[in-house]
Ligand binder design. Structure first.
Ligand code: ADQ
Length: 481
């Protein structure tokens, strides 16, 4: 791809994962991919520092880390409470994950969301050069494009949503839903993980916003045109394979193998979140133990769930529920030398995780709704091709659109999940290998770099199209007439 030397990439996200030195083992895939693109174009990564201050100043703190310029601002405590813990994590997150029962619609949250997006726009504006391309990430910042346009920014601006786009019946419950969707029409490109989320967006636009789909795939509504696209995110597949070779990964692999004592290990790895279907997974596992007593003592489940978003009550309730379900199952089924569930809440390094994935026989990735789900891809990348584990994957994860060779399940059905686990445990080596090969080919092809390059190319294309001289009027008239 040839881009103008003056064209820098500016990435904006709520939080920034600090870039580690190039190739550093513990860097997350998204941070790695974005940092690499920023390095290439001498770009900037802009976001909230994570710090609270008494009164917003708009002061930007600039740092260079591993060849990337990081620009951060501090937010007021009230903003963090109402915008981040409020509108982002108590309103949009549950609603977009189909949990209308957990969604809170408080006017103060919506006001803070608008206020913080204006603050982002005001502080970001002076950093944007005439040829820069601006790429905004995720649901915290949907209105930022419109705010920049209102301040005169004519640059190509793209937006990528990391979570699902919900069905129109759900988004209609959001006060001022029209305004939120209208904001997306100020971008040149709006990206989703899958065709399903894109279609749900399109369905709202056509049915509820009097919009129209053009023959080239763009959508028009609100007097504007946007290009929606499916850009499935991937992982740093090569980097993940390399992690397996690290001493830390080897050590965690050895520890698990030793502690398995010849048993088969089922594995769940999740951020502790109600969208991940952890309770439902434990109940499906309980069902398996009850219905297939011959498997008792032959298997165990290692469930690693890391506590995030501790400010939000729904998450505090979750940890109690999870501990109580796993405690009950262990109490009912454990024997003096066998515990059916290892329930772990601590955070693991990426290297440790790689070793744990490799030692697992079956991965249970069973979210009730998930934009993509990278754990599914990491598990595949970590397997030993001579003896790979089996992926059981929810049909409601964006990843199910790509990973067709997994055992696809309905996470709401305990029987379905329990049957899939039985099938995975009994799967012959040849079938495990052929399914794994097909999955791994996809993980390597559609990796994080492909995701980034495709999106950045779409933004460049949108910018170049915007710059083409207008077609002569006579030609247009002839075509129309
Ligand atoms: P998340 O909801 O965070 O991301 P996911 O895609 O599964 O979900 O990514 C989780 C990441 O955290 C993985 O890289 C995983 O290794 C790591 N992780 C989870 N538990 C961990 C633990 N206990 N210790 C260490 N690491 C752990 C959002 C969307 C997803 C979408 C991504 C990327 O919700 O649907 O796939 O963004 O777009």
């Amino acid at each position: 791809m040839e881009h103008s030397a003056l064209s820098r990439l500016i990435v904006v996200s709520n939080r920034i994962s600090a870039p580690a030195p190039e190739g550093a083992a513990s860097q997350g895939g998204l941070a790695m991919a974005i940092s690499a693109a920023l390095r290439q174009s001498s770009g900037i990564w802009f976001g909230w520092s994570g710090n609270a201050i008494d009164e917003f100043t708009g002061q930007i703190s600039m740092q260079r880390e591993a060849g990337v310029t990081i620009a951060t601002i501090d937010l007021e405590a009230q903003d963090i409470d109402e915008y981040y813990n409020g509108y982002a994590n108590r309103t949009l997150w549950p609603l977009f994950h189909y949990r209308i029962d957990l969604t809170q619609y408080e006017r103060s949250f919506g006001e803070a969301y608008a206020r913080v997006n204006k603050r982002f726009a005001d502080t970001l504006l002076p950093l944007i050069g005439p040829d820069d391309i601006v790429w905004i990430q995720d649901y915290h910042l949907i209105p930022l494009g419109r705010e920049l346009r209102e301040r005169g920014v004519k640059n190509a601006i793209g937006f990528f949503l990391h979570i699902p786009w919900p069905a129109r019946e759900l988004i209609l419950t959001l006060p001022r839903h029209r305004q939120l969707v209208e904001s997306l029409f100020h971008y040149d490109v709006v990206g989703f993980h899958t065709e399903e989320w894109k279609a749900a967006f399109q369905s709202y636009v056509i049915n509820d916003a009097d919009g129209m789909a053009l023959s080239d795939g763009r959508l028009t509504a609100f007097g504007r045109t946007v290009r929606p696209g499916a850009f499935p995110i991937g992982i740093d597949a090569q980097g993940f394979k390399d992690l397996i070779q690290s001493p830390v990964a080897q050590e965690s692999y050895d520890r698990i193998i030793e502690s398995k004592a010849g048993r088969k290990m089922l594995l769940g790895v999740d951020r502790l979140d109600y969208s991940k279907g952890i309770d439902e997974r434990l109940l499906a596992y309980e069902r398996l133990l009850t219905d297939s007593p011959e498997l008792r003592r032959q298997i165990f489940l290692l469930q690693i769930s890391t506590y995030t978003r501790s400010e939000v009550t729904a998450y505090q309730d979750m940890i109690e529920r999870l501990d109580s379900i796993s405690g009950r199952i262990n109490g009912a089924h454990a024997e003096m030398d066998w515990i059916p569930i290892r329930n772990v809440h601590r955070m693991h390094s990426r290297e440790e995780l790689a070793g744990i994935y490799r030692a697992a026989d079956v991965a249970l990735v069973t979210p009730l709704r998930d934009g993509m789900n990278l754990v599914a891809k990491e598990f595949v990348a970590a397997q030993d091709e001579a003896n790979p584990g089996v992926l059981v994957l929810s049909r409601f994860a964006g990843a199910a659109w790509q990973m067709r060779d997994a055992l696809i399940v309905n996470p709401f059905s305990q029987e379905d999940v329990s049957d899939a686990v039985k099938r995975a445990l009994a799967m012959p080596l040849k079938e495990r290998q052929s399914r794994w090969r097909a999955l791994m080919d996809g993980v390597e092809r559609d990796d994080i770099n492909a995701w980034r390059d495709n999106f950045v190319a779409a933004m460049h294309e949108a910018r170049d199209q915007g710059r083409k001289p207008p077609r002569p009027r006579i030609a247009a008239a002839r075509k129309d007439g």
